[in-house]
Design a protein around this ligand. Structure first.
Ligand code: BGC
Length: 734
């Protein structure tokens, strides 16, 4: 600790000394980030020499990066190194599953290792800063960027937020191979109205603090170097000009000592939002709010000097904003060594990195349905298998969104992996059947059907290409696109066992295929090693263990639908899905109850948060809390016994949920408060213990104070958010 303090003090001294030597122009230079893909043109070099640039994004070539750092260090007056940013979102050359898929592993330790290899690979190319993790709570599968997030739940998201920050940043920011993380997008971006990207968000402060902010708070506590301001308008004040977010919450309440970068031109866009009249006002609002660095647009470079001159921005304010950036550069050790030497790093996409990618993909696969235990396929009892569909052999598509540095040529596709897995023991009958997921033609359906008819089992790879999710790629209809449902129907006419494997960047509405297929594996966009991971699950080399990090609706009209909803005054009590067809005309308004549900969709999702099947069955018993009455401030333990009742060794994700029955503001019907991945042999039982304190039950009440109120709590421990054994306890005042 003492050493860290000294380090901290030394850094502060270096920051002030440097600030003392800087001109206003040089300070503003530090606040300017420019895009420099594909080399550094001469004018950019002279800007670096003149100290007009603090950071670049999208330089991914080690030599170029080293040369530009050399110019900054040796040819600029003050020799300040550059932050080299890049979107390393789910891997660099080795592409891991999309973050939403990684979240389905419920394995933060593994995800930490994934971020670690991404950092190593990126650092070898001269990158010292990634724009990840994206930790926007996402409760709307229409939103294309749900792919980049870890799902709907603040507790789960916070766990991954910490794991990613730790993976990228390691425990020594100065060591080669660690890079600065950037928690984004601060804040509330995932609540974009109708799931349309960049759309308005309106989030009451209470909801913001209870749901959207905790993952960011967790990242700050984990020492994240930077945050990125969101594009979105939060309650009338776009994030990039939002002082409440950047200053009051982030700096004053959380004591964040890193820096905030805008999103791409998001300061300039304050004028498009209608918050400011022009670029100069936009720069003023952003600087006042606390955005340290401007990405892509140049309102700071163009107007901050005048704003300082006019006294609208004080020198002290400017120094605070610049100081935060310099502090990060010192903490990263860039003043001592900003260079990279690729020769000293492990090779890109080496065997160990690919093995981690495969493991993450394996644990991210969610088995949603397995009628008559059609899976796993018995390799030795199978003479032939049909592999059908547009996603079976799509090396680029399986990588998902944000894969600037990925290489489809090294993707191992499901088709290749299945062929390898069965070897010459069985025939693989492959028909792509559709050019893309969106094809409307049924031209090859007959061929697909005959391949199915002559095979013992049919594995159909469906979903959506990578371009259908990600930034600015929201969908209003989240059914399987194109003719895919018809393809499934055609295949099901053969009467063969049908296994659907779905590769997608978001939850899809699958109601129209669940009765047509025997099994469904949801594979997300599983990355470079998706194929072997899928083959391992199909053939039972490993039991599926992924669990949904987000609720799957039956129909898009149910959205937003998430497990941690409020009870309402008229909660639905029984699933009422089919009623619309039964309503006699002119029936009494109250004939079918007056509860909170859709008459054509009921109130339940297709698959709840936390859900995922296994090749074995787990049972839960003996749930209890260490004390019926827990005093405020005390620790307590919630425990249950989990048994593997089947005959396959497997992992189970054990989940702990709590409900606070009465609150100063109404509380969700369930909240995740703990989870663990447990491996059990056939017949084996283990007792799982979750250690909590009453602080873990805290929430922001009416006056935005963090509260734990005495009262009754329900507790569930089980395998998803809808299941589990229930017990209860009370929190009592001291
Ligand atoms: C995205 C960010 C990303 C940035 C830089 C923006 O359009 O919203 O998430 O980090 O571009 O590429």
């Amino acid at each position: 600790m003492a050493e860290e303090n000294t380090d901290g003090e030394a850094v502060e001294a270096r920051v002030s000394a440097l600030l003392g030597r800087m001109t206003t122009a040089e300070k503003i230079g530090q606040m300017t980030q420019v895009n420099a893909p594909g080399g550094i043109p001469k004018d950019l070099q002279s800007q670096v020499q003149a100290g007009q640039i603090g950071s670049m994004l999208n330089v991914v070539d080690a030599d170029t990066s080293n040369e530009i750092q050399r110019i900054a260090l040796e040819e600029s007056r003050l020799g300040i190194p550059l932050l080299m940013g890049r979107d390393v979102i789910h891997g660099f050359r080795t592409v891991l599953p999309i973050p939403l898929g990684q979240a389905a592993s419920w394995n933060p330790d593994l995800v930490r290792q994934g971020a670690r290899i991404a950092a190593l690979e990126a650092a070898s190319a001269g990158i010292n800063w990634t724009f990840a993790p994206m930790i926007d709570i996402s409760r709307d599968p229409r939103w294309g960027r749900i792919a980049e997030s870890f799902g709907e739940d603040p507790f789960l998201m916070s766990a991954f937020s910490v794991a990613m920050v730790e993976g990228f940043q390691g425990d020594d920011l100065t060591s080669p191979g660690t890079i600065a993380a950037c928690a984004k997008h601060f804040a509330g971006y995932g609540a974009s109205e109708s799931g349309r990207d960049y759309n308005t968000t309106n989030i009451p402060e209470n909801e913001l603090r209870n749901v959207y902010l905790p993952p960011f708070n967790a990242a700050v506590d984990a020492g994240v170097v930077s945050l990125m301001a969101s594009f979105s308008d939060l309650n009338g004040v776009p994030a990039s000009g939002n002082k409440f977010l950047m200053n009051d919450v982030l700096r004053n309440e959380w004591h964040f000592e890193g820096f905030v970068v805008s999103d791409w031109a998001s300061i300039e866009q304050l004028t498009d939002h209608g918050l400011t009249a022009n670029d100069k006002d936009a720069a003023l609002e952003a600087a006042r709010a606390g955005v340290n660095m401007e990405m892509a647009s140049t309102t700071y470079a163009d107007h901050l000097a005048a704003l300082v001159e006019e006294g609208q921005i004080s020198i002290e304010r400017l120094d605070e904003l610049v100081g935060d950036i310099l502090r990060a550069k010192f903490r990263l050790g860039l003043f001592d060594d900003p260079y990279t030497d690729p020769g000293k790093f492990p090779e890109l996409a080496n065997i160990e990195h690919l093995a981690i990618a495969r493991q993450v993909a394996l644990q991210s696969l969610v088995l949603l349905q397995n009628n008559n235990e059609v899976l796993p396929l018995k390799r030795n009892a199978l003479d032939s298998v049909a592999v059908i569909g547009p996603m079976a052999d799509a090396p680029y598509e399986q990588l998902g969104t944000w894969v600037f540095d990925g290489d489809p040529d090294i993707s191992q596709t499901p088709l290749t992996a299945i062929r390898e897995f069965v070897g010459d023991r069985a025939t693989v009958n492959y028909v792509r059947a559709m050019e893309t997921s969106r094809s409307r033609s049924a031209e090859f359906f007959e061929e697909a059907k005959s391949a199915a008819a002559k095979s013992d089992a049919v594995v159909v790879f469906l979903g959506e290409e990578s371009i259908l999710s990600g930034e600015a790629h929201s969908r209003a209809n989240i059914d399987l696109p194109g003719n895919q449902v018809d393809l499934v129907r055609a295949l099901s006419e053969t009467g063969k066992p049908i296994i659907a494997v779905i590769l997608a960047g978001r939850p899809l509405t699958l109601l129209n295929i669940v009765d047509e297929v025997d099994a469904i594996i949801f594979a997300w966009h599983p990355g470079t090693m998706g194929g072997p991971a899928i083959a391992d699950i199909l053939f039972g080399a490993e039991s599926p263990s992924g669990k949904l990090p987000v609720t799957f609706p039956k129909m898009v009209g149910q959205v937003p639908i998430y497990y941690g909803h409020k009870n309402t005054g008229k909660p639905a009590i029984a699933e009422t899905f089919t009623h619309i067809d039964d309503f006699p005309v002119k029936a009494a308004q109250s004939a079918y109850g007056m509860t909170s549900h859709h008459i054509d969709a009921g109130y339940e999702p297709l698959y709840p948060f936390g859900f995922g099947l296994s090749y074995t069955q787990f049972s839960y018993s003996d749930i209890h809390v260490s004390s019926d009455e827990v005093r405020l401030g005390e620790d307590f333990i919630a425990r249950a016994t989990v048994t593997n009742d089947g005959d396959v060794e497997a992992d189970e994700i054990v989940q702990l949920y709590v409900r606070d029955l009465v609150g100063n503001v109404t509380r969700p019907v369930r909240e995740l408060k703990g989870f663990t991945r447990l491996r059990l042999q056939p017949g084996e039982s283990k007792t799982v213990e979750f250690e909590l304190t009453t602080d873990d039950l805290a929430f922001y009440g009416r006056d935005m104070q963090l509260l734990v109120e005495p009262g009754e709590f329900h507790v569930w421990i089980g395998g998803d958010s809808d299941a589990g054994l229930q017990t209860e306890f009370a929190v009592v005042a001291d």
